[in-house]
Design a protein around this ligand. Structure first.
Ligand code: NAD
Length: 373
């Protein structure tokens, strides 16, 4: 398919290719939709086999960011960048500073952040060239590791699920199965244990499991038994695609709610969960805490405000379930509809641009608004 045809099909506004041979820079920035505000999305560095693979990835990921920001109630659009290269071997100050200049040349339409293969040091190099970057070091007003916020938001989403299913939102009364106790899964297990819940955990990394058992009092289960664990909530916090043909019939839980991206191998498995009476918290809504947290950096970072904003995930998940009920559709579809309805509604606001709106688009200002909290 030709590029313009793909962009039209997926709804992209802009795709920019950056090349700077002196530093080995080959990057693509995809801006999907800026109706709600400047496009924010991470920079992924990956040894893509070819340009086509990189393009497919950046188009897909940037589209996902539009939905995530819209559902999260952020005044941000969706974008993403991919850097073709091996994060183990190909990083240099020059590479990221060259990319920083290119990102700066987009005039604020795209704001970058960490993603797979990039870290806070890389963001700091970019920050030396442009302020269109979040997730920078704390000394520059950055917010640090987003994982505790993602876990906290996931906990709020889980509580909304409990209320829907059981009429109370106390995780302490229930049991959980957490798949993957990495950055997010560990914090989520910690929060659940602090609430008094019983938590089963598994991870391919034995050390992580031992940590969760020794430090948090979780109970280890073998990896392939996590789906059948005697838990009310299954919480995928590792890989994508874990809700699929093989696992849906095996699940013993009432709720699937976790931080992993792209949990449904395809949307039909979200519908299959629904048909089995299992409540599903759409992944990009329940795991938006990390995005909400970095978005606060755009107004001058405030940790308390970040936690307050992330708490709104409780209401967001509730709204998704209400919409699903109203329209008689599965929750994964309701999340998409909520995002699309918000983008459509704002696109209909035809008032002339105010100075405040222009300021917001032009970049980081102390009194601008990137959230509606
Ligand atoms: P992480 O790499 O720190 O943790 C993932 C854990 O899963 C690791 O401990 C890994 O060993 C384990 N794992 C991998 N394969 C597994 C398997 N088959 N079974 C069990 N465990 C397995 O990653 P993270 O930052 O904790 O993110 C977890 C998930 O949440 C990812 O899908 C990520 O995309 C998503 N997410 C993370 C954030 C964030 O703020 N970190 C934000 C949004 C979404």
């Amino acid at each position: 398919m030709e590029l313009f045809e793909r962009m039209a099909k997926m709804g992209h506004e802009q795709v920019v290719v950056f090349n700077y041979a002196d530093t080995g820079l080959k990057a693509i920035v995809a801006i999907h939709n800026t109706t709600l505000g400047p496009a924010l999305g991470g920079l992924r560095m990956w040894p893509y086999a070819n340009e086509e693979e990189a393009l497919v990835d950046v188009l897909r990921l940037s589209q996902g960011m539009t939905y995530k920001a819209a559902v999260a109630g952020l005044n941000l659009g969706g974008g993403k960048a991919v850097l073709i290269g091996d994060p183990e071997k190909d990083k240099s100050e020059g590479l990221f500073r060259a990319l920083g200049r290119f990102i700066g040349s987009l005039g604020g339409r795209y704001i970058t952040a960490e993603d797979v293969g990039t870290n806070v040091n890389d963001m700091d190099y970019i920050y030396q060239e442009t302020d269109r970057v979040v997730g920078v070091h704390r000394v520059h007003g950055g917010s640090g590791d987003p994982s505790p916020f993602t876990a906290y938001g996931t906990l709020q989403g889980i509580r909304a699920c409990l209320l829907r299913k059981y009429g109370h939102d106390d995780p302490g009364k229930l049991s959980f199965a957490v798949q993957g106790v990495g950055h997010v899964g560990y914090y989520l297990t910690k929060y659940l244990r602090e609430a008094g819940a019983k938590v089963f955990v598994c991870d391919i990394n034995e050390t992580r499991v031992e940590q969760a058992v020794d430090e948090l009092g979780a109970e280890a289960v073998p990896m392939d038994q996590i789906y059948e664990a005697d838990a009310k909530v299954f919480s995928p916090c590792a890989l994508g695609g874990v809700v699929n043909e093989d696992t849906v019939p095996r699940l013993k839980c009432d709720i699937v709610a976790g931080s992993a991206n792209n949990q449904l191998e395809s949307s039909e498995w979200g519908t299959a969960l629904e048909e089995r009476g299992i409540l599903y918290a759409p992944d990009y809504a329940i795991n938006a805490g990390g995005l909400m947290n970095v978005a606060i950096e755009l107004q001058g970072y405030d940790r308390d405000r970040a936690y307050r904003t992330v708490s709104t995930i409780y209401d967001i998940i509730t709204n998704i379930f209400n919409l699903a009920e109203r329209d008689g559709i599965p929750s994964w579809q309701a999340a998409d509809r909520l995002a699309e309805e918000r983008i459509h509604a704002i696109s209909q606001v035809k008032m002339p641009y105010s100075k405040r709106f222009k300021d917001r688009l032009s970049g980081r200002r102390p009194h601008t608004t990137a959230t509606n909290s």
